[in-house]
Design a protein around this ligand. Structure first.
Ligand SMILES: Cc1cc2nc3c(=O)[nH]c(=O)nc-3n(C[C@H](O)[C@H](O)[C@H](O)COP(=O)(O)O)c2cc1C
Length: 188
């Protein structure tokens, strides 16, 4: 698949068939992720890949976040609240959940560098997923239960969980979200 086609086709998939994904396919996704750039080539990421029982444990931890729906209401429009609650209850049946962690740093520059690198790695992974006919969704919202999610993924306490990437065979074809176009200022 051409790069621009994969970029245009990628959507956040929140409903999956539940079908398992082979280990070599997951390895292929991680391989795409690690080709991302990173400040000083620090490669600060670690990928905590949860399938099977571990995936269930992550799902149970994330599902607990629905107890904080009142707080969700402060960050989500009402029409999305129910949808979010349903999604966090089972993570759309995604068979694979990949936690991406980076070292936690008190230094703002360091932390920004590691998080930007993690974001680049996540996008590489998600584009490769599209290329392989899979779907993915990056989520960060269940911060309310981040300690439980970290425990389920085996993320050491001193590392920051940058996000979760759900991967699986898509069971939906979301309408592309509108893109703002007035996003660049050109200086000469
Ligand atoms: C850093 C980051 C955090 C996100 N967190 C969530 C989340 O917690 N829950 C969710 O449903 N989607 C989450 N998303 C997906 C966005 O909602 C989605 O990318 C956006 O609405 C645009 O839709 P698209 O990805 O289909 O183009 C996140 C995306 C990014 C990049």
């Amino acid at each position: 698949m051409e790069l621009l086609e994969a970029i245009a086709k990628r959507r956040s998939i929140r409903l999956y068939t539940g079908e398992q994904i082979d280990r070599d396919v997951i390895d292929d996704l991680i391989d795409a992720a690690i080709h991302a750039p990173s400040s000083f080539n620090a490669q600060p990421w670690h990928f905590h890949v949860a399938t099977g029982h571990a995936r269930e444990a992550v799902g149970e931890a994330v599902a607990q976040s629905t107890r904080f729906l009142e707080e969700y209401a402060s960050v989500l429009p009402p029409e999305l609240l129910d949808k979010a609650a349903r999604f966090y209850a089972d993570l759309g049946k995604a068979p694979v959940v990949i936690g991406v962690s980076v070292p936690q740093s008190a230094d703002e520059v360091d932390q920004v560098n590691t998080l930007v690198a993690a974001g680049a790695a996540i996008e590489n992974l998600m584009l490769r997923a599209v290329d392989l006919g899979l779907g993915a969704c990056c989520i960060t919202a269940p911060r309310w239960v981040v300690d439980q999610v970290k425990a389920a993924l085996g993320v050491p306490a001193e590392r920051l969980l940058a996000g979760l990437v759900l991967v699986g065979k898509p069971a939906e074809e979301p309408v592309p979200a509108e893109r703002r176009r007035d996003v660049a200022t050109y200086l000469e």
